[in-house]
Design a protein around this ligand. Sequence first.
Ligand code: K7E
Ligand code: CUA
Length: 653
Amino acid sequence: MKKLSSILSIAFLSLLMVSCGDDDTKTSKSGGAMAANVAERVYVAPGEHDEFYAFISGGYSGNLTVYGLPSGRMLKEIPVFSQFPTSGYGYSEETKPMLNTSFGFVPWGDSHHPDISQTNGETDGRWVFINENNTPRIARISLETFETEEIIEIPHSAGNHSSSFVTENTEYVVAGTRFSVPYPQEDVAIENMKGNFKGPLTFIAVDDEGHMKIDFQLKMPGFNYDLSHPGRGDSHGWFFFTTYNTEEAHTLQEVNASQNDKDFIAAVNWKKIQEYVANGGGEEIDAEYAHNVYDHETHAATSTMMKKVLTVDPREVEGAVYFMPTPKSPHGCDVDPSGEYIVGNGKLSTDLTVHSFSKMLKAIENKEFDGEAYGIPILNFESTLAGTVKEGGLGPLHTEFDGKGNAYTTFFISSEVVKWKLGTWEVLDRQPSYYSVGHLMIPGGNSRNPEGKYLVSMNKITKDRYLPTGPELEHSAQLYDISGDKMELLLDFPTHGEPHYAAGISADKVKANSRKIYRLDENKHKYAALTEGDTKMVRNGNEVHVYMTTVRSHFSPDNLEGIKVGDKVYFHVTNLEQDFDVPHGFAMIGANTSELLIMPGQTKTVTWEPKKEGVWPFYCTDFCSALHQEMQGYVRVSGKNSNVPLKWTLDGE
Ligand code: K7E
Ligand code: CUA
C-alpha cells in the first residue's frame, strides 16, 4: 500500500511535469539545415506512394484508420464496429447485419488492437483483425477490399481486451476477457466474485478464406486478462497473457487490485488444448453470440446467432497452462522475434521483467513450482526470469522489436520511448514523446521479421502539438527513425479516435492485391439491376422495391411515381461503372438514415418512408463528373389512398 502510494505520487508529479512541458517542445523544433534534412525523410512527393501502410486503431471511434508512412498521411477510415454515415456502413440494408449482436443492433464500438495475418511468422498482407472491447467482438478486414468482411461476437466475455492477436500461421485469433464475470452469466451477489467468477480466453480458428469459428474457450480463474501475444519460433504453440487483479477485488480496484507484489503472465500451450479438443475433449455449453459475414458477390451481410460454445477446464489438460509471476500489475505482454523472450511491463513499476521461454520449459520439466492458483501451477519467479531492464522509466506499457536485437518500450508516466538491448537488458537510448505515450508500433514488430526502419508512438495527450481546436484535440502519433543507433523524431501527425496499437506492413505486400472494382458480371445481389433495361419498381403491399442504376451522369429511373405516404420504399442502387475510383452516392430528402456510397459494380440499399405528399428530389452525393450536379431525380408522393399507378421513367421512356 505504502509502495503503491509512493509510486502514484511520483506518477502524479511527472504528470505535472508533462503538462508544463511546453518549453521542451520548443527545443525539439530544431530549425535550419537539420529541419530540412528531417523534412526530406518524411517527404513523399506528389504522386509518389508511401513505403508502409499503418493500420491504426480508432479506439472509441470503433473504426480502423489507414495511414501511409513515412508521410503520416491518412489514406482511409475503415468502418468496423461503428456506423459510418460517410459510406452508409451500418445504415444500408446490406451492412446493418454486420453490427448485430446477442444484445441486438449495437451501432458503436471501442476498437483496440489491430494485428495483421501471418504466414510462417511473417505478416502476409491478407487481413487485419481487430477487437472490440465493450461489446466483445473480433472483426476481420480484407486487405484486398479494405472493408470489414466478418465480425464474430465473443460469448461469456466482458471487456474484450487481451485480443485480437494472431498465431504464426493465423491458426488462431485469440480473445481474452478483461473483466472476470460469472461463467456463464447469472444473477449473483457481486461480493461473491472471488473464486466464483471466471476469465474465459477464447481461441478462434481461422480458415484459408479467413472465416472465423470459435474452437474453444479456456475457463481460467477470475483474474483480469489484460494483453497477450503468441509465441513464435520455438515458442510457437504457446500464447502468453498478462493478468492483473489476481487479488480478485470487486471494488476500488485502483487500490485493491494493486495489493499483490506480483501478478501473473499465463502461459497457455494451445497446441495441447487443440489436440485435446480434436480428440473430443471439452464440454459444450450454452452461449449466444452473433457471427456476421459480408459477401462480396451478394454485396450483403448475413448474421447468424450461434448457440453453443466448447469450454475447456485448463486443469483437465495436463501441462496446458502455467503462471509466471510478474511484478506490478503487468500491462503489455510482448514476445521478441525469436520467440525466446516474453516481456511483461509492470505498469506500476520502473522495471521490465523479461521471462525466458527455454528457462520456462526447464522449470516445468523440473517442477520448479511455487504453489498453485486454482489448480494451475505457479512457476518459480527466478526460474523463468531472463533478466530485468532496470530504471527504464516510469509506467512501462508496451514493447516492440526492430529485428536487430533491440526492443523499444513506451513509458506512459515519464512520457518517453526507451530503446534497450535484448540479452544484456541495458538501456541504449531514450527519446521523449509528446505526451503520455500508450502504444508504439514498428511495421512487423509483432512477427518473426520486423521491418525496423520506423517506429510510431501513439500518444494519449496532444496539448500544444497542433493548432488548438477547442477543448477536444485529436490524439497525436509521432514517427521516429530507428535505423541508426539513436532514435530520431521526424514527424507529428494527428490520429482519429484513440489509437490503441497499430499494425504496419510494407506497401509492397499489399498494394498489388488491392481491388479496383467489383465486377458487374459477378454481382449476385438479389435486387441488382445489371443494365438500365432491368430497372423497375415492384409493389408488395406497402413495400416498394426500386431497382435503380447509376452511371455518369444519371440515375435510371430518374422520375418515379405511384409512391404513397405510409409506404416503405427500398432504393436498391447498382453502380454500373466498371472504372477504378468512380463511386456514386445516393441521398433522398427526408430519409432517416445516411447516404449510400456505392462502389463500381456494387448494389446498396437505403430505406425511405415518405411522410409528406409532394414531389421530392434525390441526388448523387459524390462529385463524379462534370455533370455531377445534373445527377438527380424526382419521386412523386401521393396520398395514402390515392391510386396513382407505379411509373418509372428516364427521359420519358
Ligand atoms: Cu488496448 Cu495499452 Cu489498454 Cu491502449 S491498451 S494503451
Ligand atoms: Cu454520380 Cu455524382
